[in-house]
Design a binder for this molecule. Structure first.
Ligand code: DC
Length: 195
């Protein structure tokens, strides 16, 4: 079974997807981390990269890059490389191979549209621009106004190629997390899956 969670940066996708996976006993797939690895290793050909997950750790060619892929520079670069059709094609193929067996919660921008349009549960997670900027700024220790501008630019860049960054995929449930606690959001998705 597959739970697809898409939505823009700062909507809470990673935290929520990880917690939903834990609650259901499913495996969590962070597809954004794969684009981030491609950005970190750029200009190496993504097809030659060994990207692996070990619990919460992200490994690229055996090296722990969990922290290195979360910098602002890598976020910017990831958004750029994710707009390349060759990079998308390579990573989408790997994502499909991974989720082909077992139960997964996969999170990204194009899970319900491109990677797995037949996912059993599709959720589009979002939050107000102010809330998204506030959360991201707190994570990065940065100024919320600057982060808000960066997020608006990334939203534009992260659109296209079949991605649902700004609006839900067909058949996806829109879940606005503004003002909701993580537990409330997780609970709603878990209930939906159990139904
Ligand atoms: O979700 P994130 O911020 O870790 O994603 C990093 C970048 O990769 C972001 O710019 C959007 C892009 N991305 C994508 O295009 N498709 C995905 N399935 C996941 C992420």
């Amino acid at each position: 079974m597959l739970v697809a969670i898409d939505g823009p940066a700062g909507a809470g996708k990673s935290t929520v997807a990880r917690a939903v996976a834990r609650a259901l006993g499913f495996t969590y797939l962070d597809t954004g981390a794969m684009y981030r690895c491609a950005a970190l290793a750029w200009p190496r050909d993504v097809a030659t990269l060994d990207i692996a997950f070990d619990g919460d750790r992200v490994l690229c060619d055996g090296e722990d890059v969990s922290d290195a892929i979360r910098t602002r520079e890598v976020s910017e670069k990831a958004s750029e490389v994710a707009a390349r059709p060759d990079v998308r094609e390579a990573l989408v193929a790997r994502q499909r191979a991974l989720i082909a067996g077992g139960d997964w919660v996969a999170e990204g921008r194009d899970i319900a549209t491109v990677v797995a349009p037949d996912a059993e549960v599709k959720v589009f997670l979002t939050a107000s621009p102010q809330e998204r900027a506030r959360r991201r700024a707190a994570e990065l220790g940065a100024d919320a106004h600057v982060v808000a501008q960066e997020l608006a630019m990334r939203d534009q860049r992260d659109t296209g190629h079949g991605r649902s960054t700004l609006e839900p995929a067909p058949g996806a449930e829109l879940l606005d997390t503004t003002g909701l606690s993580i537990d409330e959001v997780v609970q709603r998705i878990v209930e939906r899956v159990r139904q």
